[in-house]
Design a protein around this ligand. Structure first.
Ligand code: GLV
Length: 320
């Protein structure tokens, strides 16, 4: 569509940009889209954009975005833009929170099962044609703790409860009850929650208050037979201290989908620790991810066009 007839120009910077462009064309013919996958294209077209769809991109490029009023983030965590919040404070940021819960809960429950049954050992035994049966306690006798009960954490809590587990959780606002959570802890009571858990699942955003939340002292509060699962952000854990604890057997093991540095550096000991399952930041990667984002994005385009308040607005002061 020619620029002069469009009422809104959106630059699309995402591996699925072409798909988003088609979805937008089908529903909003009055909206002009520009697919800009490289920093060069971004630099060239951002000055025409009222809005941007993106997740990670060099934020410095926004200096070209003179009339940008809105950025739709394709992920949930916006921690990578927080260092620039002073510079982009005049732009409304909306994220994709609310679309990840079911797939991440699938991933977490698969991880709980693998860690609990020690599937890593079972697969090693199979490879060696070794027949070594053993007994395993049902999950219903176990306790799972969720740190961060937002949309993702709350879905994990429901799944764990449907497996019969006792579920505890921590959350910034503990004024109300949370469905399927047997006991709720305020963030400053995390140290009381940790010893209760057979599984501790981190499901909170990386913000100024949560970066480095789990270090040696917190891990020491966990039981020696407990497992840590991180589907949040690598920086929520002090990774070097976790590696030490896993090495020393302070806890039984971990499932890590996120890391301080991604891709996980080739030299990281986490790759081959026997009590670690390391995965490449995939827990929220549903096959229909772009369609899921588009449900929010389209709602927001509609709202932008009619001057209504956008949904999923990020509170830049809070960081999520
Ligand atoms: C993925 O990690 C996301 O923030 O959506």
């Amino acid at each position: 569509m020619p620029a002069e007839k469009s009422v809104l120009t959106i630059v699309l910077n995402d591996p699925d940009a072409e798909l988003y462009a088609r979805l937008i064309a089908g529903r909003f013919p009055q909206v002009r889209t520009i697919v800009a996958l490289t920093p060069e294209y971004m630099a060239r077209y951002l000055n025409e954009a009222d809005a941007l769809l993106a997740s990670r991109f060099p934020i410095d490029l926004l200096e070209h975005a003179k009339k940008m009023r809105w950025i739709q983030w394709t992920g949930a965590g916006v921690d990578s833009i927080m260092p620039f919040r002073e510079r982009i404070g005049h732009i409304t940021i909306t994220n994709a929170r609310g679309i990840h819960g079911d797939i991440i809960a699938d991933f977490v429950m698969a991880g709980v099962t693998m860690l609990h049954w020690n599937f890593r050992q079972l697969l090693r035994d199979q490879a060696e044609r070794k027949w070594s049966p053993r007994f395993v306690a049902p999950l219903a006798e176990k306790t799972l703790g969720v740190v961060g009960l937002g949309a993702i954490g709350a879905t994990i809590a429901r799944r764990a409860k449907s497996a019969g587990m006792t579920v505890v959780g921590s959350k910034r606002d503990v004024s109300g009850l949370v469905d399927c959570v047997d006991r709720l802890f305020a963030p400053d009571a995390l140290k009381e929650m940790l010893p209760l858990c057979d599984f501790v699942v981190l499901a909170l955003p990386a913000t100024a208050t949560t970066v480095g939340l789990i270090g040696a002292a917190e891990i020491a509060r966990m039981r020696r037979d407990a497992f840590l699962i991180n589907i949040a952000r690598g920086r929520v854990i002090v990774e070097a201290e976790l590696i030490q604890a896993l090495d020393a057997g302070t806890i039984a093991g971990a499932l890590l989908d996120v890391f301080q540095q991604e891709p996980l550096p080739q030299g990281s000991p986490l790759w081959d620790m026997p009590n670690v399952i390391a995965t490449p930041h995939i827990s929220g990667s549903a096959t229909n991810y772009a369609e899921r984002v588009f449900a929010i994005f389209a709602d927001n385009i509609e709202r932008f066009l009619t001057g209504e308040e956008l949904i999923n607005v990020v509170d830049l002061a809070r960081g999520y």
